[in-house]
Design a protein around this ligand. Structure first.
Ligand code: F6P
Length: 343
């Protein structure tokens, strides 16, 4: 078999570990040929592919980013691009495509599958918002980085008797904010899923002040829903090929509004892409490896249209369409538990 693999969407730690597992399993165990497709679906639009060997995978498990490169190219937005993708799959005689990605990348794989192309998916995203899998790799590393940052910000906030607002990633789903906020012992967590007003945040800060507390850590997801202000805080008006705006800046907004209501000196820290960079945690290396091995086996078995998913402790094949039909959001029960620690 000739297998093409690509990584699409925002990068995350663990992508190289998944590539390594797919390549080693497909070549060493199954005897197939594997080709790297550069920069996500763009590589199939432009025919930008190259042969991968097992020996290229040395040391990759610990490397951040993706050796294949990535992009947010969406061939279903443009008929010509889609035609090129299909022609190139034929031209390179690919028997299967393994797409490693989040909801956008895998939604393309889902549509290609429906169009009769043999695709298998591997779930990744720091946002942890893919349905049909209990976890995606990248999330644990992002979370570890965010908690480390909150720990550090806590000591400086305590020394200066300050309020620090920490903005973390998470467009529609607040998994990073929720977990980092709980694990980092934040005093308030603002999520996309549940609206909160600035007055409520200020009430939490005031209650802490009454109890003699002089520093306050507020964790804000970049897509947090603010009561009384429906517009998302964005970097600019542009949309990517999947129709997403570029979020960022809500931390600054929240900080300024808190300052207006309290008169306090506020500091805001945006963790941004730091959360996506660098080496994966051991957990993400393992999860990415298990997903990669499973995806290589699905291809070898001809089990197409599937994504490797974590269910409990097992890796199981699930229909690609299940993974992309809706986002996995933070449920109310979990948010209510987190509120135990507000204040
Ligand atoms: O999808 C992962 C993610 O990191 C989101 O949390 C964030 O909103 C987005 O990507 C940032 O995208 P970009 O890399 O295009 O700035």
């Amino acid at each position: 078999m000739r297998i093409g693999i690509l990584t699409g969407g925002g990068d995350c730690p663990g992508l190289n570990a998944a590539i390594r597992a797919i390549v080693r399993r497909s070549i060493d165990a199954h005897g197939h040929e594997v080709y790297g497709i550069r920069d996500g679906w763009r590589g199939l639009v432009e025919g930008d592919v190259y042969r991968l060997e097992s020996s290229d995978m040395a040391g990759l498990i610990r490397e951040g980013g993706t050796i294949l490169g990535t992009s947010r190219t969406n061939p279903y937005k443009d008929e010509e691009q889609l035609k090129s993708v299909k022609e190139n799959i034929k031209r390179f005689e690919f028997d299967a495509i393994i797409a490693i990605g989040g909801d956008d990348t895998l939604s393309v794989a889902t549509k290609l599958s429906e169009d009769g192309i043999a695709c298998v998916g591997v779930p990744k995203t720091i946002d942890n918002d893919l349905s049909a899998t209990d976890a995606t790799f990248g999330f644990d590393t992002a979370l570890t980085i965010a908690v480390d940052a909150i720990d550090r910000l806590t000591t400086t906030a305590r020394s200066h008797h300050r309020t620090i607002v920490v903005e973390v990633m998470g467009r529609h789903a607040g998994w990073i904010a929720l977990h980092a906020g709980i694990a980092g012992s934040a005093h308030c967590i603002m999520l996309p899923e549940f609206k909160m007003s600035i007055s409520e945040v200020v009430a939490i800060i005031n209650k802490r002040k009454e109890a003699g507390k002089k520093f306050h850590i507020i964790v804000v997801s970049e897509g947090a829903a603010i009561e009384g202000d429906e517009s998302a805080v964005t970097q600019d008006d542009s949309l990517d090929e999947f129709g997403h705006v570029r979020l960022g800046g809500i931390g600054e907004y929240v900080g300024k509004e808190i300052a207006k209501q309290t008169g306090d000196e506020i500091r805001t820290v945006v963790l941004g892409h730091t959360q996506r960079g660098g080496s994966p945690t051991a957990y993400d290396r393992m999860l990415a490896t298990r997903f990669g091995l499973a995806a290589a086996d699905y291809v070898n078995d001809g089990d197409f249209g599937k994504m490797a998913a974590l269910r409990g402790n097992e890796i199981v094949p699930v229909p690609l369409s299940d993974a992309t039909s809706e986002l996995k959001l933070v449920p109310a029960e979990l948010y209510n538990l987190a509120k135990t620690f507000f204040g």
